[in-house]
Design a protein around this ligand. Structure first.
Ligand code: FAD
Length: 329
């Protein structure tokens, strides 16, 4: 029996071998996953985490794929996608517990229905709540760490709520324990003016439509903003706004966004990223760091010079060492 058969046997849920990942990411780039798994519920998630550990199979977590660049060669092992709903969502006073696989938009919708505000920064950010919690997603209006109180983390050893204060939250990052998958997200909001909150979110979405290339596949900001600077301004200053490699381009609308003109490869995208990084380093002495998360097997030359790049494979894959899974068990 292969490791794939074994996982399909042990884990209740949806399983898709050799699953194309490009359509499951916002930028629409990259190769297939050996096995895409969507466990049916929390017990099936636990069974999956135990199975990959026992079988020595690498595991990567994909949320909505809004901030992920998948390698052209795809992803070895299991790519996990959570269902939108886990049992156990709740609201108590100003505290909400929501499934990590739920779309981000569920949070403002539930909050507003209960007269709660404080998550206006999420207006217009695509993805899942788990991805937003893992990335500390946000804008100048705020970020996830302002509202997350606890995350329910699932590992091969069990699941439990961990306080946000233990997760090393910082600008566009948090430190999840190796192998941990966010199963549910607990946030605390505050009672307030729902109409004003809705208006702020609407304005933010309109601002995005005017300033971001939302008509093309993209993963949003490519680089994080260095302290006191804007990555987009730096990329523009080194003459790369509108620069094209293959079918990927530094957007003429927003120079920190790479867009896919149709049929772009990860190789095209990373060529743009390396070029911008090298030019900005040379001209300004600033080492730009990627905000986009890389997932899968990239040839070493594609990652050259990206010493600050976000670890390939997403959070949990590092736990299994990124090794090739054994084909037979
Ligand atoms: C047009 C556009 C605009 C954007 N604007 C913004 C913005 O204003 N601000 C901002 O912060 N971001 C922005 N983004 C980026 C993106 O929307 C956010 O980072 C979002 O939170 C990603 O969520 P996701 O579920 O799609 O994550 P994914 O891209 O699927 O994953 C991102 C990372 O989180 C990890 N992860 C996902 N789910 C889990 C989980 N359950 N447990 C453990 N790890 C997990 C993944 O392994 C990966 O490392 C934008 C993207 C686009 C395409």
């Amino acid at each position: 029996m292969t490791w794939r058969d074994e996982i399909v046997r042990r884990v209740r849920g949806e399983h898709l071998p050799d699953a194309p990942l490009a359509p499951r990411t916002a930028v629409r780039v990259g190769g297939p996953a050996d096995l895409l798994c969507r466990p049916a519920d929390a017990d099936a998630l636990a069974a999956l985490l135990r199975a990959v550990r026992e079988l020595g199979v690498p595991l990567s977590v994909l949320g909505g794929g809004a901030n992920t660049l998948v390698a052209d060669a795809g992803v070895r092992g299991v790519v996990l996608r959570l269902p939108q709903d886990f049992p156990g969502e709740s609201t108590q006073g100003d505290t909400l517990v929501l499934s990590a696989g739920a779309p981000i938009s569920r949070l403002p919708a539930r909050a507003h229905a209960r007269g709660l505000v404080g998550m206006e920064f999420l207006g217009g950010i695509p993805g899942t709540l788990g991805g937003a919690a893992a990335m500390n997603a946000g804008t100048r209006l705020g970020e996830m760490k302002d509202v997350v109180t606890r995350l329910e983390l699932a590992t091969a050893d069990g699941a439990g709520f961990v306080p946000a204060s233990a997760l090393g939250y910082a600008y566009r990052t948090c430190r999840l324990p190796p192998g941990a998958v966010i199963a549910r997200v607990e946030v605390r909001l505050r009672p307030g003016d729902v109409a004003a909150s809705e208006a702020l979110m609407r304005e933010d979405r309109e601002r995005r439509r005017a300033t971001q290339p939302l008509d093309r596949p993209t993963f949003g900001s490519t680089f994080t903003n260095p302290p006191g600077e804007y990555a987009g301004r730096l990329v523009e200053a080194v003459g790369l706004k509108g620069h094209r490699v293959g079918n990927a381009v530094w957007s003429p609308v927003h120079a920190n966004f790479v867009t896919n003109l149709g049929g772009a490869t990860a190789r095209d995208v990373l060529a743009l990223v390396r070029l911008a990084r090298a030019r900005v380093k040379e001209r300004f002495g600033i080492a730009l760091e990627t905000e986009v998360r890389l997932m899968g097997e990239f040839p070493p030359e594609e990652l050259e010079g990206l010493d600050g790049h976000a670890a390939a494979g997403g959070g949990p894959s590092a736990a299994s060492g990124g090794a090739r899974p054994p084909e037979a068990t």
